[in-house]
Write a protein that binds this ligand. Sequence first.
Ligand SMILES: *Cc1c(COP(=O)(O)O)cnc(C)c1O
Length: 394
Amino acid sequence: MTAAYNAQFAETALATRAIHAGQEPDPTTGAVVTPIYATSTFKQDGVLGLRGGHDYSRSINPTRTSFDEQLAAVEGAKYALSFSSGLAAIDVLLRSTLKPGDNILLGNDVYGGTYRLLAKVFVPWGVGLDVVDITDPQAVEAALAAKPYRYIWVETPSNPLLNITDIALTAELAHKHGAKVVVDNTFASPALQHPLDDGADAVVYSTTKYIGGHSDVVGGAVVLNDPDVRDQVAFLQNAAGAVPSPFDSWLDIRGLKTLDLRVKRHSANALKVAQWLESQPSDVIERVWYPGLESHPGHEIAARQMHGGFGGIVSVQLAAGAEAAKRLVDHTTIFTLAESLGGVESLIEVPAAMTHASVSGTTLQVPDNLIRISVGIEDADDLIADLDQALAQL
Ligand SMILES: *Cc1c(COP(=O)(O)O)cnc(C)c1O
């Protein structure tokens, strides 16, 4: 994994970098695919005579390095550090750079697990947490004027309502007040959105979703350009140890190679499904949430900020209410009733009862008649037919 090899691809398009960066054929055998270096330790040539800096796999492993280089290149960033889950990445980024007394400003529609980590772990540790409508620049500006914040936490598109936040505008406001912006880019993925280019200070991923892309690995990553923050994150990554296994890293590498293709198909399918749902009678479908629809309040910003599509997640509120929502998700045959998203197969769930149950009763509570669909890369007409027959059974 030499810098010279990667430099050849610096000026190429994302789809090319995704397949080549960090993927130099193995120098001894010529293996085209990065091996799974299933080893915990490395032979030293004399005390501390390390080969390429390799000493112990919590600290460094070649398969992990390969993925980190590939992801950094895809993002057009200087550094990527991968973790054993998205939440481990979020935890280490925040814990390595915050101290008790610091404040975080959080959007009111974030991943439930992020809210739980902040509210149940960071707040008792002494970090202040305030929640605003992060899509509203006036609300963000008012919050920034009232209190110093270390971080503004942005998820765009958000989960599950697909709210859109203007990253460049939020970064401008934040930087004016000395705050940094972190974007959880899991929903858009680097195939569609580049928060660092728009002024964000760091990006986090759950690679479990679109980057892994096949619902077969749990992982996370922090991507950034600041060398000091990179060192702080790397220190705690090694000190606390929530690193991915070599096999996890290999699955992430394989997934990232096809991200561009997959996310374009996810987006095209999701747009068709969203348009079809929106065309249904209003006594069946109360509201469809998809940033690719002109009816979505964030459509214009999304069209400017996202490139090549609006992502694969569609949320829909059923006119018949919460019980009907629970019945519908039990009647689909192609859509599988399951949590998570971003895999090749279509999934369907009821956030209020499932992924977002932990935010029930908080300001992050979601409508109970809401269904979230992760549109896969099957044939769009088959997906629409499946939803049609499930709706007919209500
Ligand atoms: C899934 C998810 C996470 C958490 O990632 P894990 O890999 O499950 O730990 C964080 N943010 C978003 C937007 C997610 O969808």
